[in-house]
Design a protein around this ligand. Sequence first.
Ligand code: PEP
Ligand code: MG
Length: 313
Amino acid sequence: EAAAALAGYRGPGTTRDGHRVQVLANVQDGAGARGAAAAHAEGVGLLRTELAFFGRTEEPTVEEQAEIYAGVFAAFPGGKVVLRTLDAGSDKPLPFATPPDEANPALGVRGLRTARRDPGLLTHQLDAVAQAARSTGAAPWVMAPMVATVAEAAEFAAQVRERGMVPGVMVEVPSVAVLADRFLEHLDFLSIGTNDLSQYTLAADRLSADLADLTDPWQPALLALVAATAAAGQRAGKPVGVCGEAAADPLLACVLVGMGISSLSCAASSVAGVGARLATVDLATCQRAAEVALAAADPQSARAAAREVLAAG
Ligand code: PEP
Ligand code: MG
């Protein structure tokens, strides 16, 4: 039955009762984007631009960047593409962008913070995105990683709007979830990166197998921050998506939709599983599943409680 449902998923994403949820893919280049389109993703929810430049010692030119971004936009003509500006640093060091000698790179100059040392990195990249958008007729959404303050978000948004594009930021640092209403005064959308949000909320290295129980996306504190951010989005009438690994878990995807999350972005290989699962549940059931998951004491009981509600339909 599950296999039949998987084979049957063609998008767009919707619950059984017709509540729309965009099911998008995380990609890193044009080939990945074409694969995602073939897997029935409705668009790209996270274009990890830094992965295209791994191992490089010099900043890629505007032309080279524009060509890569245009290849992704072309895979979804008229569709949604959310491009993330360079997330260099920590687990993804780029020699041309990040300092080599930090004691705590996960808490250091990574993501948007690399533009403090070299503002040109960001402005050149935004110029490249705008150029790719013009050449393909795309209207990309552009978001920054590792944002911590409202001032950073406002400054970033101004630079994106100046170029005629739609600005947002990732919710990876708990400070953004805590003040989501204030961030949304400056932005058109938020996208929750649960991989880093759990790392920074539980103070546990996302790459540590010893601490995997702490970075479990079903941790009550993580669920609470996601729910608070989704609620802020609903108050503002602005979309809040999830693009971390959490969005690839069909059970958790239902819970996220119940919290008010409006799009889910995961590996292309997970798109059909998530889309097919959503098609079997009603929004009201997702909302009840979110309630019981949020009330649970630990990840195991949150999973079990949500599973029970969703199974009862
Ligand atoms: C995240 O942090 O959840 C995320 C989607 O970004 P990345 O995994 O690339 O850090
Ligand atoms: Mg991240």
